[in-house]
Design a protein around this ligand. Structure first.
Ligand SMILES: *Cc1c(COP(=O)(O)O)cnc(C)c1O
Length: 367
């Protein structure tokens, strides 16, 4: 059986180092907001080429705290509209809602699965104050166009980078904005539990998020804001400190597999993902499209190849939004719905072997 993502195998090489790390944290006797978190925050800021990094409890909180911090700073207000792709993992939308802001959905491009910048303009109203760009499946959204629109309309740009650790283009993209990361075990950089981080160059913003994650407090028992409890813990930070140095190598392995899939899968029932072969894609997922998805998924399962659907139901059709946002469930986003009906994610990870990749390609070409 070729599993979709073999997390045990991904973490196996670190077993000894993880155990030593556990021992050292135990010996220190300090478990929350200590040395390991500080080291990780420095290292990850440097890795992202940003001035600040704040470790938090998970990716959803990373996003939510960015919006809440902008509200504290008076740069956003409750009820402001935030543009967000209609096809994303639900956390992107929940973060906006949980900060008392209004999500406004915009269709993606069918080819890249990322938000279509041309369609953003149509949705901008006097209440629009921010864009949440999602780098879906590991591929950067079209940030040049998005930043230009934001500049024209005086909008804040926030990046959901939970699937795109290490994706780069030549430009410095986080200027005057913030990006949210998740270190959920299955992400390109994953810990052994929940974890997340915000990176930014905005000192004011970083200070507020730093405080918000810890009860709105910088000095113990003095609470400046109504914050939350969302801290990256020492153990997870310690594990991430061991894994971060290998992130670029791991991403390169993912790209090598993606390149083989793109070069060697030849079947007109299968639409392969778009990639310009640059480092702007880290292939968190390798997502193909096919009209009869169920048949293909079953066929692959019969040949012991596990696949996953990211995601079967688009956010606007979720029961969670049943009565909200003027009947989202009844609105229509045809490209988003097509994507959600047709996508299938093939196995891809740094530990997938050449032979396994070859077998998957062979089976797909015989379909
Ligand atoms: C995983 C993910 C999140 C949320 O991260 P958690 O750590 O699970 O809270 C947010 N956005 C996207 C696009 C994700 O894939």
């Amino acid at each position: 059986m070729i599993s979709f993502l073999d997390l045990k195998k991904i973490n196996e090489p670190y077993e000894n180092a993880f155990q030593q790390k556990l021992k050292s944290v135990l010996e220190n006797g300090w478990y929350i907001l200590g040395k390991e978190v500080e080291i990780f925050e420095k290292a990850f800021a440097q890795y992202c080429q940003t001035k600040y990094c704040i470790g938090v409890g998970n990716g959803l909180d990373a996003l939510t705290l960015i919006f809440k911090a902008y509200i504290q700073l008076g740069k956003l207000q409750k009820g402001d509209e935030v543009i967000v792709p209609a096809n994303t993992f639900i956390a992107s939308i929940f973060a906006i809602v949980q900060a008392d802001l209004i999500p406004v959905l915009v269709e993606p491009k069918l080819e890249t699965y990322n938000i279509n910048p041309d369609l953003i303009k149509e949705k901008i109203t006097s209440k629009t104050k921010a864009i949440l760009a999602v780098h879906l499946y590991g591929q950067l959204a079209e940030m040049d166009q998005i930043n230009e629109i934001a500049l024209q309309h005086n909008l804040i740009v926030v990046e959901d980078a939970a699937q795109s650790h290490g994706a780069k283009n030549n430009k410095f993209e986080n200027l005057n904005s913030a990006a949210a990361y998740s270190f959920y075990p299955g992400k390109n950089l994953g810990c052994l539990g929940d974890g997340g981080a915000v990176v930014t160059n905005d000192q004011e913003l970083s200070k507020v998020i730093h405080s918000l994650r810890n009860y709105g407090s910088e000095k113990k028992y003095y609470n400046e804001f109504q914050g939350v409890n969302s801290r990256l813990d020492e153990l997870q930070a310690g594990f991430l400190n061991l894994k971060l140095p290998n992130l670029d190598t791991d991403n390169e392995k993912r790209r090598t597999i993606a390149k083989r899939y793109l070069d060697e899968i030849k079947n007109n029932k299968i639409v392969l993902p778009f990639w310009d072969y640059s480092n702007n894609h880290v292939f968190h997922l390798f997502v193909i499209r096919t009209e009869n998805r169920e048949a293909l998924q079953q066929y692959l399962a019969q040949h012991n190849i596990q696949t996953v659907i990211h995601y079967p139901i688009p956010p606007h059709k979720q029961k969670a939004f049943d009565s909200e946002f003027s009947g989202w469930n009844n609105t229509s986003f045809p490209i988003t719905e097509k994507i959600h009906n047709e996508v299938l994610s093939l196995p891809i990870s740094p530990v997938l072997t050449n032979d396994e990749v070859g077998f998957i390609i062979e089976i797909l070409n015989q379909y």
